[in-house]
Design a binder for this molecule. Sequence first.
Ligand code: PXP
Length: 244
Amino acid sequence: MKQPIRLGVNVDHVATLRQARGTTYPDVLAAARLALEAGADSITVHLREDRRHIQDHDVASLVAEGDIAVNLEMAVTDEMQGIAERLRPRDVCFVPERREELTTEGGLDVAGDRERVTAAVARLAAAGIRVALFVDPEPAQMAASAAAGAAAVEIHTGAYADAADAAAREAQRRRIASAAVRARELGLEVHAGHGLHADNVAPIAAMEEIVELNIGHALVARAVFVGLGAAVAEMRSAMSAARD
Ligand code: PXP
């Protein structure tokens, strides 16, 4: 029997839906609770510099619950590090961020930005936060992440998820597998995520070195289909009851 693997549910797109209308629903905290009840181990949120989905108060209220393992994704900026020091999520995952991107497009270049990343890792570690670095499945990035003092790497699975055909996907799977082995050898905890869904998760979840997956977009997208029928039925019955 292999070690169990943890699931971190990213609820960013629950907030996307709320921000699209400027409403107070759907409630991010309620979504987090539902995810945890359904088997999630932790809740991941990305506080983007442009605040397009998750807001500062979402992070504060998740952390204030006390019993939720919060993984806060953020850019390597002074502002974000200050927020993490103040709010104290259990984990922080540093990610690269460009304002115009639709989602996190590539891994953090730890190897090319050693000083800044090392200082950021040390700053948050001093606040008692466990720090992961979101990196592409490259041996140089694994080595640089270990040298930077990170507790974990999160391997970017986007190229695997977006591969055009089975051969390209297999090549990406192998890249991830060997990066995961390398990271483990270096003493890093290994996480992975981005673009994973029910049909492509198995080959990644089967890798023993990987102990945590963070998944968001596909779960919220799937929730529309497993939940829309119930939501319509509820509305139908509220309308019909008003006519009785
Ligand atoms: N891990 C990291 C570091 C991310 O930035 C994201 C996207 O916010 C994810 C995992 C989840 O990706 P997806 O929403 O495609 O499942």
